[in-house]
Design a protein around this ligand. Structure first.
Ligand code: FAD
Length: 408
């Protein structure tokens, strides 16, 4: 590791970029546009795909380094922070850890040039119960044919790489488990695979620069070389794939924590400058106590995220531990909603209007108890893990497969 790759060096790079991103953040929200300008700067600075191993052109940065970067970027621009996360954690982590040399060599340059892979799991009838997904990938002579619908796919229509999760069927239609396929889509370059349709974009509360899209696959043909081979084989492969998703959860929590830290900074500045009753607001003890509680909870989130980023699951897993990741995302996301709301409160009417970024941050941060595992599902995972219960909601598909007799 050279000097440039120390976490504090990453923080400095991120802070410099964040200073440029802050004045642009409202624009992406108001115009609902994707922040290509920021992405180009992130890619030039080596923060897109920084966790990609050096042999594939990345910087072999750790998840901890990424948390440091994400906090700084999220203080200024939630949208850009999401893009940093998804170019470094989650789908790309699955590809870089389970992919073969061809797959890694194929995907790394696309991400390093500014792509954030889209993860396609959720379906209209399979949200929290992801293992009830209906999309299928049926084996044909030289590959697989995918049919199904995915919705709420972050970056759908702007991402170039899509990691599509589907029930894998053999040529006779027997189900083998849930697998993942890499599909390249680039409307700008007319790379539009037959059978791949971007159906529509959601109109969202926050993070309005990020497309959340419904995608439909009608006989989408994928060459066998683009199927990810997971260590446990197809029957238990969904568990491997979702382990990679633990890193994405740490990333999502880090965005929430960064937005909260940014909102707290705004609030502290405002309390020092705004006068009422002949004094700065900062002198009122009621507000000082709020600041103290906000600071303590943001810092607790930060430490849980650091711990989760450095943790590893069982059996030499390269990904964060499921319990540490769930705990950190749960706490950071719930904390952020409260802290951003309290910061907005400190601005009075001004916080409610769009002269200040608080109203946007308030809308942006709301999603983190929903996307990437709801707060309730995270609590179920934590509780069942702590109590040693095999819960029907466990995400490795155990229940689903046991029910269908596939584990026999
Ligand atoms: C902004 C955003 C971005 C997203 N990006 C992606 C993406 O890129 N890729 C992708 O695949 N998906 C994505 N999602 C989808 C997300 O993963 C799902 O929304 C989430 O898993 C919940 O599914 P659902 O919305 O269908 O809610 P449901 O599963 O229908 O749940 C509805 C409510 O019931 C609760 N609930 C459900 N089951 C239980 C239970 N067993 N116990 C207690 N409570 C329960 C939930 O917590 C929730 O409050 C995104 C969602 C959002 C909002």
């Amino acid at each position: 590791m050279n000097k440039q790759d120390q976490p504090e060096e990453f923080r400095n790079i991120a802070q410099e970029l964040a200073a440029k991103f802050a004045p642009r953040a409202a624009k992406w929200d108001q115009t609902q546009t994707y922040c290509w300008e920021n992405i180009n700067e992130l890619a030039e600075s080596g923060l897109m795909g920084m966790t990609i191993p050096t042999e594939y052109g990345g910087r072999s940065a750790s998840f901890y380094d990424t948390v440091i970067v994400v906090e700084e970027v999220a203080k200024a621009c939630t949208l850009s922070a999401r893009i940093v996360v998804e170019s470094n954690m989650g789908g790309i982590s699955a590809i870089m850890n389970y992919g073969d040399d061809f797959q890694k060599s194929y995907c790394a340059p696309i991400v390093l040039a500014g792509d954030k892979p889209a993860i396609c799991i959720t379906e209209p009838e399979a949200g929290s119960s992801a293992n009830e997904m209906r999309t299928t990938a049926r084996k044909v002579s030289d590959g697989y044919v995918i049919n199904g619908v995915k919705h709420w796919i972050t970056g759908g229509g702007v991402s170039k790489l899509h990691l599509i999760f589907a029930r894998v069927l053999d040529e006779d239609g027997e189900e083998l488990g849930i697998g993942a396929f890499i599909v390249h889509y680039d409307a700008g370059k007319q790379i539009i695979p037959e059978g791949f349709t971007v159906v529509r974009r959601e109109n969202t509360l926050g993070l309005r620069g990020m497309p959340e899209a419904e995608l439909r696959f009608d006989g989408l043909k994928v060459d066998a070389k683009f199927m990810l081979k997971t260590p446990s084989g197809p029957r238990r492969g969904f568990a491997d794939l979702m382990s990679a998703y633990n890193s994405q959860r740490v990333g999502a929590g880090s965005i929430a924590m960064g937005v909260a830290a940014g909102a707290l900074d705004h609030a502290k500045r405002y309390l020092r400058n705004r006068h009422q009753f002949g004094r700065p607001l900062a002198e009122f003890q009621g507000l000082q106590w709020m600041i103290a509680e906000m600071d303590a909870s943001v810092h607790a989130s930060r430490l849980l995220l650091y711990e989760a980023a450095k943790s590893r699951g069982p059996n030499g897993s390269p990904f964060p531990d499921i319990l540490a990741a769930a705990r950190a995302k749960l706490f950071a996301s719930e904390t952020a909603i409260k802290v951003v709301s309290d910061s907005l409160q400190m601005f009075g009417a001004r916080g409610y209007g769009d002269q200040e970024p608080l109203e946007r941050m308030y809308r942006d941060v709301r999603m983190f108890t929903i996307g990437g595992g709801t707060a309730q599902i995270l609590k179920t995972q934590i509780g069942s893990k702590l109590l040693g219960i095999k819960s029907p909601q466990t995400r490795d598909g155990y229940y689903q497969m046991a029910k269908s007799g596939l584990l026999k």
